[in-house]
Design a protein around this ligand. Structure first.
Ligand code: BGC
Length: 721
């Protein structure tokens, strides 16, 4: 089987939302959904921009979709030949993961269309398409080529209007409603046929109509070059886009494609994980790595990865803990400069976190649960809509999921341990850690009559149980955060003067002893026969099976959490919570303890979040439960091939690609099956290959050097490369 591509035959408009995700092309700057060239909003076509957000009225803020400058629509003798409207005789589409190339082969009566397109990895503003038409009958072809403003928006429109400019390159300029950010798209063509050309400006875009008489058997090719720029990167984005697509036209499609392929080759050279023994699993892992690599910020140094990547506007294009805990490790070990960008995003958005803490009456840094530009909180108080009453449901993710600040600290700290690079700590990371610790100090609940400090009214990773007390994950991660803050003194031992002046500037000296005290008094987890209680009172909840809870649902899209959700009164949890803690802090727990907790919690976990399976898989590897690890690995790695994962939270659509799962797949292979870990600044392996695999190899950057890991059934090696 071809382990480097995804192919689909036939076209079903009912699957267009999912296919748009699975066949995504992206380059970290923008994502082009896998819809055909002729698609508009009906087939969920979109070019989603990274880091550009807008809010229309009172609707949710979300990322902006640029005008679609790769738009093409074909007519034969005046009749449209378009997927979704015209039934094709045959249709096949394919995504090549090796070089991010989307291709299609559609046989309409009477024209065969073959095309290839990409979002350039070599030049972030560029997109290109080569579109070939083979005519089966004499007649007349018209090609409508231009920039479509018929955009799929969830909470749009996001532009005040469009300014159309004709010329050798067509241009569309638009300005966002909220902040007046200018977004410009340009398109130019190269054809190998003479046409009669006329310009059409319509509400849905600016187009060239190319008309040409054709003979049976004739083949016509058009190369389309498009560019998207915004005022966030520079002045006069329309002119920059115009020049960029005209320059691409001079180079031609082949040359642009070659530069794009070379850029992908470099990405794979430092990140490709090869699995032998199971073709489907190897393909799924390539898919995961492709999806994560193609949305990684490479054009900017302080951007992060949204929960649904660049596949659209779901989850408001926001950055969650997914970025630090699930996506980051692959980059730390393969492309550390991208890891730095993800972490710099949090350093740059510290002011937003300070503001949020103040709004709630706390001190220090409380990071946004759903972070948008500048650290602005995208999470609303009503984040789910009830399927029965259609009313918004009050959710407490924004105000109570306080583990987010500790997750940021965990990532900063792990990055410096794994890479040995402490410059990020010096360049703002230390300040972030101290401000997060300060937040937890001010958020603690201390009872006068008790020696212990609680964290009451919180939400752990398992979002189905809201407003609980002493969530084990939250408390332990807070401890990690505080210990990290205290350890900074040793880290900066040789820079004592620098660190002391940072403390002074932050008015922090009085706080360090308080942090020490908090460390000693923070409530540890309660256990029953070795099983950690997820939060106070969890064991007293109804202990029933997952199937029993599922049987209580009256609607597939029903939300399981919140005040009236089916899971709330039971021990059924949404995702890894205690087990996530054990996966993140393996040294803090003994094998026996991990095993007891795995056995208890796994059957009670719905895996209702795509973040769940990989945490269980990592701990399963540790315990040698390799069949379980394999099952969970397949589920994690396959998610953006099968198009699995939950699509709805109540009435809110949450589909898209799954970067956290993509990162999780890398983690299971590298940290789980190969057992990669750092010990005294050197990487080590502890292989545990499941029976289904014969070999696993991958490159790693660790301790500033490059290594190759090679695991077979007879053992494994990690050698400098
Ligand atoms: C999960 C969160 C996650 C978010 C974005 C939710 O369904 O419960 O843990 O951060 O999705 O992926």
């Amino acid at each position: 089987m071809d382990v480097w591509s995804l192919e689909k035959c036939g076209f079903d408009a009912g699957e267009a939302v999912g296919d748009g995700n699975r066949f995504l092309c992206a380059n970290g700057y923008m994502g082009l959904r896998g819809a055909p060239e002729e698609a508009g909003r009906d087939l969920y076509a979109a070019v989603t921009l990274a880091g550009v957000y807008d809010r229309n009225g009172q609707a949710w803020r979300e990322p902006v979709n640029a005008p679609n400058a790769l738009y093409l629509r074909l007519f034969f003798n005046g009749k449209a030949l378009a997927l979704g409207e015209t039934r094709p005789i045959k249709h096949r589409q394919r995504l090549d993961y090796r070089c991010g190339l989307f291709s299609r082969d559609t046989l309409f009566d009477p024209v065969r269309v073959e095309s290839e397109r990409f979002v350039s990895m070599a030049e972030h503003s560029l997109l290109a398409d080569r579109y070939r038409m083979q005519v089966i009958q004499d007649g007349e072809i018209t090609l409508q080529a231009g920039i479509s403003t018929d955009l799929w928006d969830i909470n749009g429109p996001h532009f005040k209007g469009f300014d159309f400019r004709p010329g050798p390159a067509l241009q569309v300029r638009a300005v966002t409603c909220e902040k007046g950010i200018e977004v410009a798209a340009a398109q130019c063509l190269r054809t190998d046929f003479e046409t009669l050309e006329r310009l059409e400006q319509r509400p849905e875009g600016l187009f060239r109509m190319l008309t040409c008489p054709v003979k049976k058997g004739q083949i016509l090719t058009v190369e389309v070059f498009a560019a998207v720029c915004t005022s966030q990167e520079g002045k006069d984005p329309a002119e920059t886009a115009r020049q960029s697509c005209l320059r691409a036209r001079e180079r031609g499609f082949e040359e642009c494609l070659k530069a794009h392929r070379d850029a992908w080759e470099d990405i794979w050279a430092c990140s490709e994980v090869t699995l032998e023994g199971n073709g489907e699993a190897a393909r799924d892992l390539h898919a995961s790595q492709y999806h994560l690599n193609c949305i990684a910020p490479r054009h900017a140094q302080d951007l992060s990865i949204p929960a649904r990547g660049l596949s659209g506007q779901t989850y408001k294009g926001a950055i969650f803990w997914d970025a630090e805990i699930f996506c980051l490790p692959m980059f730390v070990f393969t492309q550390p400069e991208i890891a730095r960008s993800l972490l710099r995003y949090r350093i740059e958005t510290l002011p937003g976190a300070l503001k949020k803490a103040r709004e709630y009456g706390y001190r220090g840094a409380f990071y946004a649960w759903e972070s948008q530009e500048g650290g602005q909180e995208g999470c609303t108080d009503f984040n789910v809509v009830d399927v029965f009453t259609h009313r918004p449901v009050r959710t407490y993710f924004r105000d109570r999921q306080i583990h987010i600040s500790a997750d940021v600290v965990y990532a900063l700290w792990q990055y410096s341990v794994w890479t040995g690079d402490r410059t990020l700590l010096e360049e703002g990371g230390a300040r972030v850690i101290l401000e997060c610790a300060r937040f937890y100090l001010s958020r603690a609940n201390a009872h006068l009559d008790r020696t212990e400090v609680d964290y009451a009214d919180v939400i752990g990773p398992d979002e189905y149980h809201e407003r609980v007390c002493n969530n084990a994950f939250t408390n332990r991660m807070i401890l990690y955060c505080i210990e990290s803050a205290l350890s900074l003194r040793e880290v900066f031992g040789d820079k004592k003067a620098w660190f002391s002046s940072l403390l002074k500037e932050m008015d922090y000296e009085r706080e360090l002893p308080l942090l020490e005290e908090l460390c000693g008094r923070l409530r540890g987890p309660k256990t029953r026969e070795g099983v950690i209680e997820q939060f106070d009172g969890y064991f007293a909840l109804e202990d029933c099976s997952l199937d029993a809870v599922r049987a209580r649902l009256r609607d597939d899209r029903e939300y399981w959490g919140g005040d009236h959700g089916v899971a709330g009164t039971t021990q059924i949890i949404k995702q890894a919570d205690v087990l996530a803690l054990m996966a993140l802090l393996p040294e803090a727990f003994e094998d026996e303890e991990v095993e007891k907790n795995w056995q208890y919690y796994e059957p009670r976990t719905e895996h209702g979040s795509s973040l769940s399976a990989c945490m269980y898989a990592l701990t399963a590897c540790r315990l040698g439960l390799l069949d379980e690890a394999w099952r969970l690995f397949r589920r994690t790695a396959g998610i953006d091939v099968t198009g699995g994962g939950k699509q709805w939270a109540g009435e809110i659509y949450i589909g898209g690609t799954h970067p956290a799962s993509n990162g999780g797949a890398w983690m299971i292979a590298a940290l789980g099956f190969a057992g990669l870990r750092m010990s005294n600044g050197r990487p080590e392996i502890h292989p545990r290959l499941p029976d289904q695999l014969t070999r696993l190899t991958f490159p790693v950057i660790a301790g500033g050097k490059k290594w190759t890991v090679d695991i077979t059934r007879d053992g494994g090696s990690i050698l400098p490369s």
